[in-house]
Design a protein around this ligand. Structure first.
Ligand SMILES: [Zn+2]
Length: 213
């Protein structure tokens, strides 16, 4: 696909140069709607809009602050590097402050399959929502559990049952139980009630501390 896009770009530039004497022609892979993986920022922005709509409709999670989405391998530092599984190197949320204004910065490794990309992006957007609304400030385990719970549903909705089950089986220290509790709460009370429960669980204080998950 990269080669095809390159060839088409060169052809387009040559043609444009002949017709106009200069060239600003660019043909990007984003024009192929069916590309299997997410490799460029234009594709990424399109998927971001879709996933934000899915989170709003499916979970009532809506962000006010802007999202900056970068396709790059997230750094894993400190103690996390020692205990992190491969999935920790796939996506990361880190708030960035421009003076008083916060931008939700999300890094996702380029080249993920489209469905996997959607699920990872949904996970990181949940962390952005938690930070913006000041939800679950005191419980890293529940913050991660909630993000995995949403990721799980996005995978299921995309028809990736095997991936979703793999996620369900993951046992990580601090993280394993929380999201099973969340799933159980959803089974008993429904999805919207589960989001409300998480929202009020350990709010406390004002939103706006900076952290990354
Ligand atoms: Zn997370």
């Amino acid at each position: 696909m990269q080669v095809v896009a390159r060839v088409l770009t060169l052809l387009g530039q040559a043609l444009e140069r002949v017709l106009t004497g200069r060239s600003e022609f660019r043909f990007t892979t984003s024009e192929f709607q069916q590309t299997p993986s997410v490799n460029d920022p234009i594709q990424a922005r399109m998927v971001l809009k879709q996933v934000q709509a899915e989170l709003e409709q499916g979970f009532g999670l809506r962000l006010q602050e802007p999202v900056l989405l970068d396709l790059e391998r997230p750094p894993v530092r400190g103690w996390k590097a020692a205990v992190a599984g491969p999935e920790a190197h796939i996506g990361r949320y880190a708030p960035r402050w421009l003076g008083e204004r916060r931008v939700h910065r999300i890094m996702i490794v380029p080249g993920l399959g489209r469905s996997r990309f959607r699920a990872v992006l949904a996970h990181e957007l949940v962390h952005a929502w938690q930070a913006e609304k000041g939800v679950l400030r005191r419980s890293r385990g529940l913050r991660e559990g909630m993000a995995r719970w949403v990721e799980y549903h996005v995978l299921l909705r995309a028809g990736l049952q095997a991936e979703a089950r793999r996620l369900f089986r993951l046992r990580r220290f601090l993280l394993g139980r929380s999201w099973r509790d969340i799933l159980e709460h959803e089974r008993l009370h429904g999805r919207q009630a589960t989001v409300e429960w998480l929202r009020t669980l350990d709010g406390g204080g004002s939103p706006g501390d900076s952290r990354g998950d």
